[in-house]
Design a protein around this ligand. Structure first.
Ligand code: LMR
Length: 393
């Protein structure tokens, strides 16, 4: 039988954790697995600004007829001042975009288009979001890795510069724009300057995955690195996600932007991107992107969204400060977590210790040792630190 030729695949480890956690009957279990924001009460509510925009959508949307592979261009354009700066969001007409199903769709499209344009090899700092490698493997692109971080908990600038300096014209370098997933270790402003200079002097093609804007240091601050690169290079791809900073996870809201040398180059690139999208998902889901467009075109809703984003960022910063203030848990030094950004941090724990934390203490985290900072609250933090101290001796 044809289906007998398939071999079983392990479920995605990160997504499998969602089910494992749900099936655990312990009332004091702690979910530090998949990357969703949680409140101090442990909830992941729909943003009030999104609820209000959805109501506007229900009241005013007069058709659900097809839009096209590029999706809702009002949404795509409304985001641009936030990503690329309000002074010149198109960089003199050199940036355009299209809507994608989540940030994953944008990453997929960026890599597929790079491949269509002749890219054979992609360099990526590791550890990285596991799906990056899965998408590359599925496309048949060669992945070459380098170490993203040093042991002291800072980004390894020399490693990335060495890669960019030596990469050729059929090679791309995939970077995280901010809130590095899984380490939380971002490049500094100085690092980004050097990275931008390196790209400017090399044939390597920059692809920047920006999935967490606003969850690190602030909306503008989190975009500064990618803007520094774009200001110095002739071409680049940007994969953008609204799933986290608008809390739209399951509605799959993303955008793919291209920086090109001129309008002709952009038109040709997007004719290819549209063809790739059409052959893959045809058109992106509309609802979430339309809600974001409604928010960003309404000053009151925009202010509400920004306030909600501030609350999230402030809470995550407080959790990081509390972890750093704890100093150590067993052999684990928690102080670097106070300097990192976004939802994630990596703990130097073994797979066995991760399993013990789950089985004996009801604490769920990725086997890599990645924790979702937002899963910690003032109520469960003491238990987490005590369990970590007991397990990681
Ligand atoms: C994560 O890293 O946990 C999130 O980006 C969710 C996902 O799709 O993996």
């Amino acid at each position: 039988m044809m289906l007998d030729r398939l071999s079983p695949q392990a479920p995605d480890a990160l997504l499998a954790l969602i089910r494992l956690y749900a099936a655990d009957p312990r009332s004091d279990k702690i979910d530090l697995g998949v990357g969703v924001y949680r409140t101090e009460e442990g909830d992941t509510p729909v943003f009030a600004a999104i609820k209000a925009a959805e109501q506007v959508l229900v009241d005013t949307q007069d058709s659900k007829s097809y839009l096209g592979p590029e999706g809702d261009m009002g949404f795509v354009h409304a985001l641009m001042p936030y990503v690329f700066g309000s002074a010149d969001p198109t960089m003199g007409g050199r940036i355009s975009g299209m809507q994608t199903p989540g940030g994953t769709g944008a990453v997929r499209l960026a890599l597929a288009l790079a491949q269509r344009a002749g890219v054979k090899r992609v360099y990526m700092g590791v550890p990285s979001w596991p799906n990056h490698a899965q998408i590359l493997a599925d496309l048949g692109l060669e992945l070459v890795t380098f170490q993203h971080a040093r042991h002291d908990g800072t980004a390894d600038l020399d490693a990335v510069l060495d890669i960019i300096d030596n990469a050729g014209p059929d090679e791309a370098v995939l970077l995280h724009g901010c809130c590095h997933n899984p380490t939380g270790i971002d490049y500094t402003a100085f690092d980004w300057d050097s990275i931008a200079d390196a790209f400017a002097g090399s044939g390597a093609f920059p692809i920047i995955d920006a999935a967490y804007q606003g969850l690190g240091q602030g909306l503008e601050e989190d975009a500064a690195g990618l803007r520094t690169v774009l200001a110095k290079v002739p071409e680049a791809f940007i994969a953008y996600s609204c799933d986290k900073n608008f809390g739209q996870y399951r509605d799959r809201v993303g955008a793919f932007y291209i920086l090109g040398q001129d309008q002709t180059a952009l038109d040709t690139a997007f004719s290819n991107a549209n063809a790739l999208a059409r052959a893959c998902w045809s058109m992106p889901p509309d609802h979430g992107g339309a809600a974001v467009r409604i928010i960003l075109r309404d000053p009151d809703l925009t202010a509400q969204w920004l306030a909600e984003l501030d609350t999230m960022r402030t809470r995550m910063r407080q959790v990081r400060d509390a972890l750093a203030a704890a100093g150590t848990a067993g052999r684990i030094d928690l102080t670097p977590l106070g300097l990192q950004n976004g939802l994630f941090a990596m703990l130097p724990v073994t797979k066995e210790e991760v399993a013990t934390l789950r089985e004996e203490h009801g604490i769920y985290m990725a086997a890599s040792g990645r924790i979702n900072i937002a899963g910690l609250t003032s109520a469960n933090l003491p238990k987490f630190i005590a369990a970590l101290a007991a397990v990681a001796q």
